[in-house]
Design a protein around this ligand. Structure first.
Ligand code: C2E
Ligand code: MG
Ligand code: MG
Ligand code: MG
Length: 296
């Protein structure tokens, strides 16, 4: 009985795996048509200054409104798109749509309107024409280069040598910001920090998750020390630091005490439609004394 059931389970498992593979292929094949039909859209998650909680930027996060499968998160299709190279047209659409949207953002609680931060896959960095595409879209949308940030993961940075580095340097020289995404989860070879025109480190959420603001908990203390050293490393290199995955007020407070510049996470705002970010910016604009028209 038991043995038979075990065998049946194996069979089921294989059928399941086959079905998953087929579904993966079908999903990949559907990307170009989905792009044409406008099934992709962007959510924006605020990036806030830790000193006063105002919005300094927003990360564009792609979603797929699939006609049969519903709303798909990027982890369902970005990997596939990267493997097949379809990330190049998809990522191109993301860049263009994010720049168009950000061109209309007001300053919020700060002197300058927030920048938009766009994830760039390694295939996009290697694709010819990245510099030209970015230049064209900045020109077309009127978005100043300082209001565009490109996020590249640490592991992607490790595999970029030669021509791609040149592309990133050209963009950095034009004023575009370059951030290292998920910092601390890749290799510990930091040579790319010397060789590439990086302006910001985004520290991966798993370090922040261990921050419980509890000085007697040794694990929390270790995470806090790692975070503090990453922050001083970044500052020694004239880079700004954003902590990802900040979910609680206690974490935000510890990060502020450590000297971290900015934060992203549910505590400061979940990813949401562009209109939600716009509302928040307008609210900040009227609520912040520095931009108030009242006599002083
Ligand atoms: P990422 O670039 O590290 O983006 C941050 C992810 O963390 C987002 O997941 C966001 O929703 C999530 N997050 C934000 N705050 C919190 C928090 O407080 N707690 C927790 N647990 N999670 C939080 P999302 O939207 O599912 O995106 C996943 C990944 O997909 C992104 O990670 C990024 O690597 C990739 N991705 C998204 N959009 C694009 C894109 O347009 N192009 C490329 N190449 N990759 C993209
Ligand atoms: Mg990112
Ligand atoms: Mg990240
Ligand atoms: Mg990630």
């Amino acid at each position: 009985w038991a043995k038979g059931a075990g065998g049946a389970r194996w069979e089921l498992f294989d059928v399941d795996r086959n079905r998953q593979e087929l579904a993966r292929y079908a999903l990949t094949a559907a990307i170009p048509a989905a792009l044409e039909r406008g099934e992709f859209y962007l959510d924006y998650q605020p990036l806030t200054a830790l000193c006063d909680g105002t919005v300094i930027g927003a990360e564009a996060l792609v979603r797929w409104r699939h006609p049969e499968l519903g709303e798909l998160r990027p982890d369902r299709f970005i990997g596939l798109a990267e493997e097949t190279g379809l990330i190049v047209p998809l990522g191109g659409w993301v860049l263009a749509d994010a720049a168009r949207e950000a061109g209309g953002w007001p300053p919020g609680g700060r002197a300058r309107a927030p920048f938009v931060s766009v994830n760039l896959a390694v295939r996009q960095v290697h694709a010819p024409g990245l510099v030209r595409q970015v230049r064209d879209l900045l020109e077309r949308t009127g978005l100043p280069p300082e209001r565009l940030q490109l996020e590249i993961t640490e592991s992607a940075m490790m595999s970029t040598t030669g021509e791609p580095v040149h592309a990133l340097r050209t963009l950095a020289e034009a004023g575009v910001r370059i951030a290292i995404d998920d910092f601390g989860t890749g290799y510990s070879n930091l040579a790319y920090l010397r060789d590439l025109p990086v302006t910001e480190l985004k520290i991966a959420g798993n370090f922040v998750a261990g921050l419980r603001g509890c000085p007697t908990d040794p694990a929390s203390r270790t995470d806090e020390r790692i975070l503090a050293s990453l922050v001083s490393l970044a500052h020694a290199l004239d880079l700004t630091v954003t902590a990802e995955g900040v979910e609680t007020a206690a974490q935000a407070e510890r990060l502020r005490a450590i000297g971290c510049d900015a934060a992203q996470g549910w505590h400061f705002g979940r990813p949401g439609p562009a209109g939600q970010l716009l509302d928040r910016l307008c609210h900040e604009r009227t609520a912040t004394p520095t931009v108030s028209t009242a006599p002083h």
